[in-house]
Write a protein that binds this ligand. Structure first.
Ligand code: UDP
Ligand code: MN
Length: 255
């Protein structure tokens, strides 16, 4: 049978959460042998996420892991200041290590943030990952795309603006890892201290070298995933309704 794709998605409550997760679910139902590991950044698992997962028909695991208050990004902070989703992705990894038998299951692990856009072709490409596969990411790094530089079928460096000298100058959405690697390196995980170096840190701790990387998407010439960021909706008229003595929208209506 074909290897299972385990997608680990950190997610947190905000007005657009349901819309984001609906878009992801609608993509993922079209992917064969797919297991969605969704990790809520919250003290408890939410009803909103459970019913969405239930309804999706997907194979899934719903987990939660709260980010400590001092590690949270404030609305006034620039978005590169603190890494997001770190503890949640690590929670997903420890679930895999405890619940999947890597000797009996062929798997590929992908870190799928909830606000990106995924072409179905991407999952076909990553399915054959032997160690670590890589590809371009649209809109990453304040460019039209960032991508690995490929020469004669091998990754030789990184096309990025910011710190191309990083060992693995790649966005979270730009790589997938064979499940076995997480069992061969049982302590490998994401680190909170490394902002903007998170991906590089993980891949180094998995004992990966540049030479191991498997370029996908036609030698990294095609963009199959986009690092989109959803604008927070403007809800200022909610307050204005209340200020005018009227009731706001019905909070029993889930958005
Ligand atoms: N995230 C989270 N808790 C937070 C902020 C973000 O779990 O407090 C999740 C978010 O839902 C996403 C991932 O972490 O799946 C990356 O966050 P975001 O997309 O905001 O980061 P960026 O794309 O700007 O690096
Ligand atoms: Mn994002």
């Amino acid at each position: 049978s074909i290897p299972t794709i385990y997608a680990i998605t950190p997610t947190y409550a905000r007005p657009v959460q349901k819309a984001e997760l609906t878009r992801l679910a609608n993509t993922f139902v079209s992917v064969p042998n797919f297991h969605w590991i969704i990790v809520e950044d919250a003290a408890e698992r939410s009803e909103l996420v459970s019913s969405l997962l239930e309804k999706s028909g997907l194979k899934y695991t719903q987990l939660n892991e709260p980010t400590p208050r001092e590690d949270k990004l404030k609305p006034s902070d620039p978005n590169w200041l603190k890494p997001r989703g770190v503890l949640q992705r690590n929670k997903g990894l420890s679930w895999l290590r405890k619940n999947v038998d890597a000797n009996r299951t062929d798997g590929v692990v992908y870190f799928a943030d909830d606000d990106n856009v995924y072409d179905l072709e991407l999952f076909k490409e990553m399915r054959s990952t032997k160690k670590v596969s890589v590809w371009p990411v649209g809109f990453a790094g304040y460019l039209r795309y960032e991508r690995p530089i490929v020469k004669r079928g091998k990754v030789v460096g990184w096309f990025t603006y910011w710190k191309p000298e990083r060992q693995f100058a790649i966005d979270m959405a730009g790589f997938a890892v064979n499940l076995k690697l997480f069992f061969d390196h049982p302590w490998a995980e994401f680190s909170r201290v490394n902002r903007g170096q998170m991906e590089s840190y993980l891949l180094s701790s998995l004992g990966v070298t540049l030479n191991d990387l498997e370029p996908k998407a036609d030698d990294c010439t095609k963009v199959l995933v986009w690092h989109t960021r959803t604008e927070a909706p403007n809800l200022t008229n909610e307050k204005k309704l209340k200020a005018a003595g009227k009731s706001g929208t019905d909070l029993n209506v889930e958005v």
